[in-house]
Design a protein around this ligand. Sequence first.
Ligand code: 1CP
Length: 338
Amino acid sequence: MTPIKTCIVDKSNKKNPVWFMRQAGRYLPEFREIRKENPNFIELCLNKNLTPEITLQPLKRFELDAAIIFSDILMLPYGLGQKVEFKKNYGPSLEDLDLNKLLNVKDEDFTNKLKPVYDAINIVSKDKLVDEKDLFGFIGAPWTIFVYMLNKKSPKLAKDLKNSIFNKIQDKDIQKLLMIIVKFLKIHIKNQIENGASMIQIFDSWAGLLEEESYEDYIYNPTIELVNYTKKLGVPVICFPRNIKNYKKFCAKVNPSAVNIDYEVDPKIIIKEIKIPIQGGLDPKILLSDKDQLKKEANKYLEIFKDHPYIFNLGHGVLPETDPNMVDYLVKLIKDFK
Ligand code: 1CP
């Protein structure tokens, strides 16, 4: 296993480490160039020459402390044999779920299907640009993957959760599906770590869809399993349970190495409630305003978290319409903050 080079969650290493969710992506003209030539998004994620290049693009521009492998959380259903397509102006589109087929997927077939992702992590982990920096592998949390596999499209397009998701699966099969998802997410985590990921981030982008009474079954229990599994492999794990109603309880139950907060969370309140390192928070829309506004908002987070282990990041991903010069300004501001 590759030794951990540095650890972004350990504040003693560096002051105000920074990286951004979706730092490699559509706001960068050099990414759009590649994307134009590669209309099939899944194929692009499986291109082990281009994914390292895309992963490193933001590190060439900005003084970031971590890279995140260019891939997608929906590579999991793809690896399990559920076809995934990304359609223009629509987003992901998945084929019908066949539980019997899923129950028969072999570990090695899954790993082989996703081998280009692991090869790409291996290539990036050896690149000089990530020397002394972390390399994030990532997964979608079991609940978020469950949502996409059943809803077959973005839940943004689903008005009624019960109808769009739970009516598509019999009660007796819910646990079976969650178990398969957790099993293969573990394999996906292990493969990423064995190929050089020094951190894992778990994106629960649709945690906010559930009522609190369902958290135990769909969020806490399956996520605890993955957090403990990752920690046992010796790698820190950051959770982002986006829009969850109670971050304090989530941290008490799940105990990740750090937690990413969304932009609805009041940093002044959360700092009193959570002892573990905190990441993120700044509304990505602020990057669409002007430098004065950006400075004011970024300084707010930096001031509040001055004496708390804090990794600068956003409250969701960088928006496609973001000007890269604003990202550059923000990184410099964070690095100059005293
Ligand atoms: O050019 C394009 O059209 C592709 C846009 C794009 C990109 C750049 C998608 C489609 N995925 C990605 C890469 C990606 N996705 C990364 C790469 C590394 C980086 O952060 O730079 C990561 C970590 C993700 C994670 C991801 N994919 C999440 C979790 C984070 C979040 O945004 O909440 C989710 C929900 C997805 C699913 C997904 N991928 C892409 C789309 C359009 C969607 C659906 C979003 C939705 O349901 O609305």
